[in-house]
Design a protein around this ligand. Structure first.
Ligand code: NI
Length: 182
């Protein structure tokens, strides 16, 4: 997900190119991270944070950098300070019946935004970078961001939550911007 953040934490890792919709991998279901992925995932996490902070964004999922693993990084930078969250194999284990609507954007759909309605609160279970099982209960922006990133692991983009009409408008604008950028 993208949102204005006031400053970018310094990081030494190299950035990765962010894939832009409609790339096929963005529509694919990613596979679970296993212990055998350990070294690759450790390196990837650093590079994903570097890529996300530089963009800048507040969330980035592995499929957005061309890797079909259930891995995402999030940092809402509360009080302008880094608060990185690594989500390995995250799953939503509870969600509120109440819904909330918030404007969303995505680094894979740059500079285009739409109101998306989702459950207002979620509980997410995941493993952190050290492999420790964690749970977060989130509302507000963090709730939307976690749902948005977990969607990426299932091949779902924020535009899949809006009307076909609005989605087509956004995808046409995106295609035009991509053509003009070439
Ligand atoms: Ni996104």
């Amino acid at each position: 997900m993208n949102a204005p953040i006031p400053s970018v934490p310094a990081t030494s890792a190299e950035t990765l190119p962010i894939l832009i919709a409609p790339q096929t991998i963005l529509k694919a279901k990613a596979r679970a991270v296993t212990p055998a992925d350990g070294d690759r995932v450790r390196e990837l996490i650093g590079r994903m944070f570097a890529t996300m902070y530089k963009a800048p964004g507040i969330g980035l999922a592995a499929p957005q950098v061309g890797v079909g693993l259930r891995l995402a990084v999030v940092d809402l930078m509360p009080d302008d300070k880094p608060a990185p969250i690594v989500l390995v194999n995250p799953e939503i284990i509870a969600q509120s019946p109440e819904l909330a609507t918030r404007e969303e954007g995505c680094l894979s759909i740059p500079n285009l935004y739409a109101d998306v309605t989702r459950p207002a609160r979620v509980k997410v279970r995941f493993h952190d970078a050290a492999g420790v099982r964690q749970e977060i209960e989130a509302d507000g922006l963090l709730s939307a961001c976690l749902q948005h990133e977990i969607d990426h692991l299932n091949g779902v983009l924020f535009v899949d939550h809006i009307s076909v009409l609005k989605r087509n408008i956004i995808m046409r604008k995106l295609a035009k911007a991509q053509r003009e950028a070439r």
